[in-house]
Design a protein around this ligand. Structure first.
Ligand SMILES: [Zn+2]
Length: 208
């Protein structure tokens, strides 16, 4: 059995990293007086709630226009997909690729990864601990990259021979997109990766 801090009655303070002897699930740090839990309370429920929220927000983020262009009194709204199509039509493949990665592959990959991690802890699947941790680190680290999209759309629109444009407005879709990114960040933050170790220990115990 893998020994964890918790199985030895220890827990580290998230604020000052001091290793405390745990007397109960919730406890005050003996050094900095910060209250903390040995495991984030209701971690799976919170992760699930934020992940579902992210998935729901993903829909309006793609249905509503990401940006609105005002050209010579004409107003043109463009969703993420329309934006990608425009960049492909005008031969700007790298930009189309970046936007596609940032707005579809990364957020969806992250949402699926989070569902998978929650499922794994709940049902104790047979994935190795190393691979689970690996998955968690990927999920945790790709989050901020999604935000790239919002900037790319705004910056590129002004750069890519759109000099005739009098005004670019970031529209409703971008707000939903930003909220979706925040929801995935919250989901990853709510997930207590130590549940993976606990889970692994339980699995090993049932095998012993
Ligand atoms: Zn402390």
């Amino acid at each position: 059995m893998t020994r964890t801090a918790l199985s030895n009655g220890l827990g580290s303070c998230p604020r000052c990293q001091k290793i405390n002897k745990m007397h109960s699930e919730k406890q005050q740090c003996s050094r900095c007086a910060h209250w903390f839990y040995s495991r984030k309370p209701n971690s799976l429920q919170h992760t699930m709630a934020w992940t579902v929220t992210a998935l729901v927000l993903f829909i309006p983020a793609n249905i509503y226009p990401m940006m609105t262009l005002h050209t010579f009194g004409k107003t043109e709204a463009s969703t993420i997909l329309q934006g990608i199509a425009t960049f492909i039509q005008t031969g700007h493949y790298p930009i189309a690729f970046i936007i596609f990665m940032a707005s579809f592959i990364i957020p969806l990959g992250k949402i699926i990864g989070l569902f998978f991690l929650v499922y794994h802890v709940k049902h104790r699947s047979n994935m190795s601990l190393k691979r689970q941790s690996h998955l968690f680190h990927i999920v945790e680290n790709i989050g901020p990259w999604s935000m790239l999209d919002v900037f790319v759309v705004v910056v590129m629109a002004s750069v890519v021979n759109l000099g005739f444009i009098s005004n670019i407005e970031v529209s409703l879709g971008a707000s939903y997109f930003a909220l979706m990114v925040i929801a995935t960040l919250m989901a990853a933050h709510s997930f207590d990766s130590r549940l993976l170790w606990d889970n692994n220990n339980k699995k090993e115990q049932t095998h012993e």
